[in-house]
Design a protein around this ligand. Sequence first.
Ligand code: ZN
Length: 434
Amino acid sequence: MAASEIVSDIESYLTRLFPLCRSITGEPNRETLRILQEIIPITIHEVPSGTPVYDWTVPDEWNISDAWIENSDGERLLEFSDNNLHVVSYSQPIESTIDWSELEPHLHVHDNLPDAIPYRTSYYKKDWGFCLTAAQYNKIRQCGGPYRVKIDSRFTDGSLTYGEILLQGTSQTEVLISCYICHPSMANDSLSGVILTAFLARYIASLQDRQWSYRVIFVPETIGAIAYCALHESEMKNIDTGMVVTTVGGPGEFGYKQSLDSSHTINRLVQEVFTEAKVPYKTYPFDIHGSDERQYSSQGFGINAVTICRDRYYEYPFYHSSLDDLKFVTANQISETLELYEKLIDRIETQAIFRSTKPNCEVMLSRHGLYPDIGGAQSGEKEKRTDLDLILWLLFLCNGKRSIQDIAIQLEVSESRLWPLVDNLVDKEVLERV
Ligand code: ZN
């Protein structure tokens, strides 16, 4: 598909998906996934409220129909229907007449941007609230009380919704691609990542003779990722690498967040993508703050997940506010980041990864015809690397995670020097391709 068609496709999904009031659960999340099914046939799954998932519990499902603040004459001062961000996500229902002192603690304005509506949530503390601009706040305060306040929200014994698609390659080894679907009406965080992930999955599905398998998931952040890990524990524990796709559509600087182990191949591949595309980029070291890599890279899973981003979360002034909108994010900006992710997939596909079939202690080389007849002559010095030395290093380093490209860089030899040795080790059945 020509780039311009992709841009106009992304544009139409931005327009359709932006107004949905997503949260960690609720009907708009299902609607979001149903719309994404037009791009790629993801399967929609439900996890019942109350399901224990490690240290957490899937919460009740939350849906909201309407909310407003009126003055004593019945004049509307603030309406949820104007902007999804006007109500704190997961607000308790309320219908009451209250004065300013009771209302004020439930009003939230942005600390730095008076014209923005801030994004606030209260998932696990029972509370309610409204978010508004400084001008709206002042108008409400000036009109005096009492105020009629209504939030028409419902908590039900429902479910948490997530989407997934498994794209099988010739190898069963999987790469994880994850995005989060829980943010209402903000374009860079997180709608841009959701749309990019769907288009990236479609790109992967179109690759002929795919080497790797890809597990692509659309989950509510944190609780959804935790639930997914709990429900797919053995599959997730078998995954070594992946990407968490978020904040990919801003107008600003490109960057990438390194994976848990900055020496993991995936980091080199991202750097090569940027260098080859001649795109300047910022490097963010791994940090326990961020998105769902917090779950995937936790001790039990240890997945090395990277994020290529553009105006990364925390960094742009409109983050978590109503100004993170469709003026700030454009389809063209998302499609430029999509190209980088596609190039990353292309690089992953060309990685050749092997593992030792005998990982416990050294292989007895002579048993496999790999040892020179007279022992004791090999040198440990780099510039004098013998075939025997390289064979020992290959058997030591091929752990099912490092690629031959990585190993060549580490040993400071060319890939072409290693390949005949690798082929021989595969023939002797002491190495196998992952
Ligand atoms: Zn966020």
